[in-house]
Design a protein around this ligand. Sequence first.
Ligand SMILES: [Zn+2]
Length: 78
Amino acid sequence: MEVLEEGEIDGIQYKIIATPYATVVKVKCPRCGKWGNLRKDRGKRFIIVHERSHCHFDWTRDVFEVLEKIYRRKFRIE
Ligand SMILES: [Zn+2]
């Protein structure tokens, strides 16, 4: 695993990591505070996948735009 980029956007910490299979985006969850993988869901929704749970954020949530900004970083450096 190689960390390609790490930083913080609008108070949310993130890391973009290259694994042998894919580039993944990890964020410190604004809801529960745990790190997890940021994934885009069908429709306008993000999921942060933790080890035993996950948190959903649809477009009505304030943090949605911040998650979108973080998610787009992946395509800038991939
Ligand atoms: Zn969470």
